[in-house]
Design a protein around this ligand. Sequence first.
Ligand code: IPE
Ligand code: IPE
Ligand code: MG
Length: 253
Amino acid sequence: MIDLKDQIDLKKLPRHVAVIMDGNGRWAAIHGKERVFGHQNGVTSVRETAEAAAELGIEFLTLYAFSTENWNRPPDEVEALMSLLVNTIHSEMDTLYKNNIRLNAIGDLDSLKPGTKAELLNAIEQTKDHERMVMTLALSYSSRWEITNAMRKIAEKVQNGNLKAEEITDQTIANQLATATMPDPELLIRTSGEFRLSNYLLWQIAYSELYFTSTLWPDFRRKDFYKALIDFQKRERRFGKTSDQIKAGLARP
Ligand code: IPE
Ligand code: IPE
Ligand code: MG
């Protein structure tokens, strides 16, 4: 059997892959454990996915770790997730160094406890010169929060006379998003068999290929990431054009 990795065309890799890491609670229930056990086991999946992506040459990996809406979970689960975040930052520093991965975060970081935020910013600072891949954690993130903030910043510019309403383009908006320095994700993966976006990167995924797998996040391994990439590479990305146009080489660059 040909290795899954060998089936990936390295010349047609997405530059940016976004992941909705879902199914930790259900995984824990299957194993007769508390939800937090699922979150803890999800760390191995994060490590495998990050290493696989970096080794292949993917430039940006953006992981949905905690949504704005997740603050509504029971306080002990929220607390456990925040402690896990801090512990994981410590324990995985070595992975970030070994693989030359730069850590980044998007979301309302001011809503984190000061200590948690400080640990996160410290890890971001320590890895700022790593060049192989940027791994962004979406933390206390939601797309509507991000777009609302962007609109406020644009409105301020208009109000101050620094921008005219008719000068606003889609690039003006993209520039005010937390992802301003990244290309849009070409591929979005969601685990656990849910077919929804849960307020994730709604602007940025306008033309992303969506890949859904029933695998629960703590079971997600390198091979599952490779499968998603192989599936992605079989798709024809048309950007509104016809298949014939794409085949004739008229695809948008
Ligand atoms: C994803 O797993 C992790 C977070 C949202 C933080 P869940 O905790 O949502 O697991 P399920 O969906 O309940 O199985
Ligand atoms: C989305 O998962 C958020 C993260 C993966 C961090 P959820 O499990 O919170 O999504 P919903 O609530 O089922 O849509
Ligand atoms: Mg879930």
